[in-house]
Design a protein around this ligand. Structure first.
Ligand SMILES: Nc1ncnc2c1ncn2[C@@H]1O[C@H](COP(=O)(O)OP(=O)(O)O)[C@@H](O)[C@H]1O
Ligand SMILES: [Mg+2]
Length: 329
């Protein structure tokens, strides 16, 4: 596997009135060329912060990247100049966020925003430039693909005039039109009807397969991740705690948190997994030392309070890694 994106020991903090939230606590992640990777974890564990760090769209302040590297094809995104980052965001990486209003530009119509994406991506693939009429037709088609009602009229609307679900469809349409090598989909179907969710996710997955792009799919739904990804990371309170091929992870979860997560499937949103497992995600102002999961863990050992566990190889495959002292041999 050739790595496309490598996140190494990423640390992100947020300054708030009471002090500093130590959110990302050394995140490690690799996404290969053409690979479909899932990312799962309770609300608040730092998934969106990770994606925003990669895109360099974290608001700084309050955010501060206090350590680590984010290598895109070997080059550190954290050291790039603004112009290099902008060009990455245009041609190489695209993202769909949970909160589409933040992702769309409020002062341009839907048609205008799609126009730019389609124009740029058609030109960047070395094809002949599309005419205005062709771009318009393609915009309507791609909106229709996402199940957008009345897509012709929507083109002249501003984001604020649309419902949450409609805005999310616009973001998905942009992502479908962009020719990115890496698509990061952060709970991309949260605002959509259940019936359309599966359809959109299948489309996203077919699209990345066709373009041989890589996808990072963040989802509350373990079912979705299981169906659409090859490898999956489990995140807890600012750290990756387990990574494995998707089928190995579901067949043989090793981290106590992963086990709890798989047992408490319907409770992943909102309330967290508090019904499946005691306690809550820690306060990031003063997070537990050592393994951040230890206060909630039934297998806690003295070392867990002192040292942060590294990744140990677990299970039957070298690709199965677990940040838990139970797996230390
Ligand atoms: N701009 C911000 N200011 C202060 N805290 C933030 C900000 N953005 C995120 N956080 C905090 O970082 C933690 C992780 O958030 P996030 O990355 O959105 O989690 P997830 O996407 O996994 O639900 C949360 O505790 C959240 O409150
Ligand atoms: Mg999020």
């Amino acid at each position: 596997m050739t790595p496309l994106l490598e996140i190494k020991n990423l640390q992100v903090r947020f300054k708030i009135y009471e002090g500093e939230l130590k959110v990302l606590n050394g995140v490690d992640m690799v996404i290969g060329e053409g690979e479909k990777v899932g990312l799962v974890g309770e609300t608040g564990c730092g998934k969106t912060t990770t994606v925003k760090s990669v895109l360099r769209v974290l608001p700084t302040p309050p955010a501060r990247i206090s350590g680590g590297e984010i290598l895109y094809r070997g080059k550190d995104i954290l050291k790039m100049k603004p112009a290099q980052i902008r060009s990455l965001r245009k041609g190489e990486m695209s993202a769909i966020f949970q909160d589409p209003l933040a992702a769309l530009n409020p002062v341009f119509t839907v048609g205008h925003q799609l126009y730019d994406v389609i124009k740029y991506s058609s030109a960047s693939r070395g094809r002949k430039r599309l005419s205005k009429k062709e771009i318009r037709a393609r915009s309507i088609a791609v909106l229709k693909e996402t199940g957008m009602p009345d897509s012709e009229r929507i083109l002249s609307n501003y984001p604020i005039q649309l419902s949450g679900g409609m805005r999310q469809r616009v973001c998905i349409s942009e992502a479908l039109s962009a020719s990115a090598r890496l698509l990061m989909a952060d709970e991309p179907t949260t605002n959509l009807d259940v019936t359309i969710q599966a359809q959109i996710l299948r489309q996203l997955s077919e699209l990345v397969a066709k373009k041989k792009s890589s996808i990072l799919l963040i989802s509350h739904s373990l079912g979705v991740v299981r169906n659409l990804t090859e490898r999956v990371y489990i995140m807890y309170a600012g750290n990756m705690v387990e990574v494995a091929r998707t089928k190995d992870l579901f067949a043989d979860p090793l981290h106590p948190y992963t086990k709890a997560l798989l047992k408490s499937v319907p409770k992943l949103t909102g309330e967290g997994i508090s019904r499946g497992i005691r306690g809550r995600i820690p306060n990031y102002l003063n997070p537990p030392a050592g393994c951040r999961f230890h206060p909630r863990c039934d297998h806690m050992m003295p070392i867990c309070e002192k040292e942060r566990p590294a990744f140990f190889t677990g299970g039957d495959s070298d690709n199965h890694k677990v940040a838990c002292f139970l797996c230390r041999r």
